[in-house]
Ligand binder design. Structure first.
Ligand code: FES
Length: 116
């Protein structure tokens, strides 16, 4: 699953990020959406999207593991809330940005945190 900086942006600013059917529950993947690395996590029929950069030392969160409602960075073990991006455990103390997500007709769209 991938989207590139040349991804289709619809008239309301939502960027196509891939197909829902290509995501497995609780298995994070990274996509490039308009130049931003975005970590997508499917949760049933919905999807969470966070900036794919750990706020501790910039490692990709998509390499981590989903446990419950959080994702754990595989480098030093900081956990982040999948819905809010809040840092739940040390060594991270800062949140990661969360991207609004829409699933329409089996397609996943994200938009920037500023415009969602
Ligand atoms: S780089 Fe993620 S916890 Fe350190």
């Amino acid at each position: 699953m991938s989207a590139s900086s040349s991804s289709v942006v619809d008239t309301t600013g939502w960027v196509y990020a891939g197909e829902l059917a290509e995501l497995d529950d609780d298995v994070p993947v990274t996509v490039d959406v308009d130049g931003d690395p975005v970590c997508l996590v499917r949760r049933g029929g919905g999807v969470r999207a966070l900036l794919d950069i750990c706020s501790h030392q910039d490692y990709p969160l998509s390499q981590g593991e989903v446990t419950g409602d959080s994702i754990e960075c595989c480098v030093h073990g900081a956990c982040f809330d999948l819905t809010t991006g809040a840092a739940l455990s040390l060594p991270a103390t800062e949140p990661v940005p969360v991207f609004p997500v829409q699933v329409r007709e089996g397609k996943v769209y994200v938009t920037s945190p500023e415009t969602g």
